[in-house]
Design a binder for this molecule. Sequence first.
Ligand SMILES: Nc1ncnc2c1ncn2[C@@H]1O[C@H](COP(=O)(O)OP(=O)(O)O)[C@@H](O)[C@H]1O
Ligand SMILES: CC(C)(COP(=O)(O)O)[C@@H](O)C(=O)NCCC(=O)O
Ligand SMILES: [K+]
Length: 243
Amino acid sequence: MKLLIDVGNTRIKYAFDNKGQLSEVKYLEKDDLHYLLTQEVLCQIKKVIIAAVGQSIMVEQLVSLFNDVKVPVQMLKSQPSFNGLVNSYAEPEKLGVDRWLAMLGAKHSFTNKHLLVIDAGTATTVDFINAEGVHQGGWILPGLQLMRNALYGKTEKVKGDEQAIQSLMFANNTTLAVNQGVHAATIGGIKQAINLATGFAAEQGGELVIVLTGGDAQQIQSLLSVKSRLINALIFIGMQQYC
Ligand SMILES: Nc1ncnc2c1ncn2[C@@H]1O[C@H](COP(=O)(O)OP(=O)(O)O)[C@@H](O)[C@H]1O
Ligand SMILES: CC(C)(COP(=O)(O)O)[C@@H](O)C(=O)NCCC(=O)O
Ligand SMILES: [K+]
């Protein structure tokens, strides 16, 4: 059994791969580490695979914990190409490994499709891969929480709470104006990406699939007017290709 860990800038997620079977995805709480390090669980873990884009101190702690108990740890990095996916960055390792894995997960889930992969986490990332598996590039936007926090932090009178948004209408109080505003900005950006991706797909022929993942994926999906697929475990499906 392999333990797969995804360290994002907000949360740490983990799942187990048991001979190709993926467990459900869990959010790492403090007590979980004690559980993972119990003899019962540890003797089943043959290897730990980590993909990290943040929280370096936590990552160091995790690595040293598993080193102490002699469980091998593999740190993943974005590569120039792997399993038919081609990285477009001139410096491939600089592409966030979570973006790389989400693309690998999407490509594995929908073969021979043009893919627009959206990871709505701390940042909202958008990446486009053509049906041949060649990454055409992407965008990094502040995530929903980050946009709200930027407003709360740098203004005096803008305050509010996070709210699930049902509509993108103009708002007439501060809280809704912020919440609907940041959602509208995000959905607007995603629609722009869909337009671009649709153009590429029409030029090259073939179907476009929009794939969502990340903490805010459900919110975003509910506001998108076009069909999309939400895969919570997308990054882990990508990680399984390194098992
Ligand atoms: N229970 C939660 N805890 C933290 N963030 C949450 C929660 N539910 C939804 N979110 C949203 O999800 C985002 C984090 O998503 P996630 O995919 O875990 O990010 P990352 O991979 O960057 O750590 C937050 O910015 C927030 O907007
Ligand atoms: C863009 C990101 C901050 C997203 O991180 P997340 O929201 O998952 O915490 C991360 O993928 C990252 O640090 N990327 C490196 C820069 C790049 O991809 O170009
Ligand atoms: K993310």
